[in-house]
Design a protein around this ligand. Structure first.
Ligand code: GUN
Length: 295
């Protein structure tokens, strides 16, 4: 069994990006600038956005964090997005999800300039992804592809089962794994809350990508020998033995499933760090395109 070490690979990617940023500086070019907008005080979202901003510093990007109160209206958030769209110094930006209930997420995502949409959530970019066109691929699915690629995990002709159909992970992942090319060329089954007999489906899978958010959902008896297991879950579970009062728990019963798997991602240290590295990669791409368009 091989651990797919997202922490190690994400550090390699960050080093590669940092080298590229140094070259940009040597050439006297502007470095990439990422902005992140967060609405409200959700602890997990604040932690994720904080990690994204720190990652920018680590590779030499500029970053801007915009914190808005939980009571922000949709109109106010749309004004912030308009300003970011029009700010030529910003190459790419993200609006951290989820948003408070008074705000329509889809309206917000559609307001982001597709050329600055480094999350790849705008319908234009999502559509391009589905059509195999060059675009920003959502960071978590992109990170999973990169992890499979760097460990040379075979995906061609394999049966990939995706658990969860969220717009951020499950849905794009199901499209990407079925695309022509590597990683891809899988036969994909997308499962969700209405799927009947999920164990029957997962136990036939060569590759399982679980993005459900239910701690320890995937048990050893749901997995066949030598399966590849990708765990996207990052639930906070109360734990008095931990200083923070909680532990981060994946969708997979790691202790037992790892005994059967050929490859498996740990939580933490698997998919999570890859998401941040790929957001940086998308921001670098946004900067390069921005520069090319301004020539
Ligand atoms: N919330 C959970 N994952 C993500 C992500 O990748 N991007 C944004 N913007 N919000 C998220």
């Amino acid at each position: 069994m091989t651990i797919l070490d997202g922490k190690k690979i994400s550090n390699q990617i960050k080093d590669e990006i940092a080298t590229e940023v140094s070259r940009m500086k040597e050439r006297g070019e502007k470095v990439p600038h990422l902005a992140a907008v967060i609405v409200g005080n959700d602890g997990a979202s604040l932690t994720y956005v904080g990690s994204k901003v720190r990652a920018c510093e680590r590779v030499g990007f500029e970053s801007t964090l915009i914190r808005l109160p939980n009571t922000t209206s949709e109109v106010e958030l749309l004004k912030t997005i308009k300003d970011l769209n029009e700010n030529d110094d910003i190459d790419g930006f993200i609006v951290q999800l989820p948003l408070p209930p008074q705000i329509d997420t889809q309206q917000v995502l559609m307001a982001i300039d597709a050329d600055k949409d480094v999350d790849g959530f705008h319908p234009t970019n999502f559509g391009k992804m589905a059509l195999d066109m060059s675009t920003f691929i959502p960071a978590t699915p992109f990170g999973i592809l990169e992890l499979l690629d760097r460990y040379s995990v075979e995906t061609k002709g394999k049966h990939t089962v995706v658990i969860g159909r969220s717009h951020i992970v499950g849905r794009p992942m199901s499209i990407l794994m079925g695309r022509k090319g590597f990683p891809g060329n899988s036969t994909v089954t997308l499962t969700h809350s209405h799927t009947k007999n999920i164990t029957q489906i997962t136990s036939q899978a060569d590759i399982i990508i679980s993005a459900l958010g239910v701690p320890n959902f995937l048990k050893a008896e749901m997995v066949k020998d030598d399966a590849v297991i990708i765990d996207v879950g990052i639930s906070r579970v109360p734990d008095d033995t931990k200083e923070k009062g909680y532990c981060i728990c994946g969708d997979v019963d790691f202790e037992n499933v790892s005994k059967k798997a050929s490859y498996i991602t740990p939580v933490p240290g698997g998919v999570g760090p890859m998401t941040i590295a790929m957001l940086l990669k998308n921001t670098l791409l946004a900067r390069e395109r921005h520069r090319a368009n301004n020539k």
